[in-house]
Design a protein around this ligand. Structure first.
Ligand code: ZN
Length: 461
């Protein structure tokens, strides 16, 4: 895992420098921002209206936006494992999260044997700081490996308190004068926000604009309640319920955008020499396929995520890339931009040539996975086609043409049998070729309070 030939190393760094604009030195400040449960089609730089993310729209104009970026799964543990290792879930092993057995709740940890994004930056001399606001990312579940400073409890905090945690970790890392000193060395900072996840709070002032009727009839909206409660009070998820979730969800996104703006301006994360990467772990369903929340399928509303790469000093600005890419591509991309030799065996590829408009290679399919106790599914996106296949007993196959059916409502598998055959074979070859994850013993939670939190958010069956 850690060996790499010198020739390959030199070649990698040279390619990185040639690819970057002119001869910009590698970025000393690298910031990865992920937002839990943020659908790509709800950020306004993806075209959403109302304008939910005015601050991110500004940053997007100064960077590269990937309009067809996919997560590797539709919920936090497998998706975040991929973002932080550059591997698909089968190969990093966090395929199930917080599985409840008869007498205990446990989650497979991120295996020690893998090299994480934070370990990669740590070895390259960066001070590494992680601030995740999702219990699935607790230090004891293996997600802190490689971080010099980590918000270990990973509680479900609103953005305003996540920002406090970021400042606290910077204080711990750089001392009382941190505001003046933290950018003097090399720093890798990862922040994971939680706001668009349920419960959907009606955030002011945005809710007044997105749903003016909310003030007079709040009882019609599934606001301020956890998913378990929403499902109890509104047992029939339909388009009308989806339409009442949307403005709440939008108000949460705008709340996040406003608070991230504050932190970014305070810390200068929008400076031209900062490499900023922004994405999400997965999306959210609002009854598009008859369900609510996430982790129930691999449809577009659950797996297409925003992806923005911004580094004005070293990359072009105002670029839009339509080719399908995956969050497993983020680690090799960050490695190349920072001039770091990536660990061997990464399953994505660097997006630098695409960002520079110099990628002549054929487009590659991207894949998604979902595991029991959720529905056992695999999916492939290849060109305009998306195929979702059930594993195990059902074995059901669905094919969608995303050019004419971006919402995936018309299964055309029965009229495209040859294509279905070809895509299934491609996917089967890929799946068989995935190296298995190193073994890691599931970690019991042993904490009633956290179990209750997870249960109320709909994580424990
Ligand atoms: Zn999540």
């Amino acid at each position: 895992m850690k060996r790499f030939s010198k020739v390959t190393a030199v070649l990698w760094v040279v390619l990185g420098l040639v690819a970057a604009k002119g001869a910009a030195a590698p970025p000393s400040i690298v910031v990865l921002v992920s937002v839990d449960t943020l659908r790509a089609d709800f950020v306004s730089f993806d075209g959403h209206r109302p304008r939910t993310t005015p601050f991110m729209d500004t940053l997007a104009r100064q960077g590269i936006v990937f309009r067809t970026a996919y997560s590797t799964s539709s919920w936090t543990p497998p998706a975040m494992g991929s973002l932080l290792t550059g591997l698909y879930p089968t190969s990093h092993g966090v395929t199930t999260g917080n599985v409840q057995h008869v007498d205990r709740v446990e989650q497979p940890p991120l295996p020690r044997a893998l090299t994480t994004l934070a370990e990669m930056f740590h070895r390259a001399g960066y001070t590494t700081i992680g601030v995740p606001a999702n219990r699935h990312l607790m230090a004891r579940l293996g997600f802190a490996q490689g971080f010099d400073f980590y918000y270990r409890e990973a509680a479900f905090l609103p953005a305003v308190r996540v920002n406090d945690q970021v400042r606290k970790q910077l204080l711990l890392a750089f001392g009382p004068e941190w505001r003046k000193t933290w950018k003097r060395g090399k720093v890798f900072l990862w922040i994971h926000y939680f706001d668009p996840h349920d419960p959907y709070f009606a955030r002011h002032p945005w809710i007044d604009r997105y749903a003016p009727e909310y003030e007079e009839h709040p009882q019609d909206f599934p606001a301020n309640m956890v998913m378990k409660e929403i499902k109890r009070r509104f047992p029939h998820p339909d388009a009308a319920l989806g339409a009442r979730i949307r403005p709440l969800y939008e108000s949460e996104i705008s709340y996040w955008d406003a608070h991230f703006r504050r932190l970014a301006l305070q810390l200068g994360l929008n400076a031209p020499n900062v490499l900023l990467i922004f994405t999400a772990d997965h999306g959210e369903e609002m009854a598009e396929h008859g369900a609510l929340g996430h982790s129930q399928s691999l449809h577009e509303e659950l797996v297409r995520v925003p992806l923005l790469v911004r580094w004005p000093e070293g990359l072009p600005q105002g670029v839009t890339v339509m080719r399908p890419v995956s969050i497993v591509d983020i680690m090799p991309t960050m490695a190349q931009l920072a001039g770091i030799v990536p660990p061997r065996g990464l399953q994505g590829r660097s997006l630098v040539p695409l960002m520079m408009g110099k990628d002549r290679s054929p487009a590659r399919p991207v894949y998604m996975e979902l595991f029991p106790p959720k529905p056992h599914l695999l999916a492939i996106r290849s060109g305009p086609w998306k195929l979702i296949r059930g594993l195990g007993s059902s074995g059901r196959v669905a094919l969608y043409d995303l050019r004419t059916d971006p919402g995936e409502h018309h299964d055309v598998a029965s009229t495209h049998r040859k294509l279905v055959f070809r895509l299934q074979n491609t996917m089967a070859d890929w799946y068989r070729g995935l190296p298995p994850a190193p073994t890691a013993k599931p970690v019991p939670l042993r904490n009633k309070k956290i179990e209750e939190e997870l249960r109320s958010l709909g994580y424990l069956q």
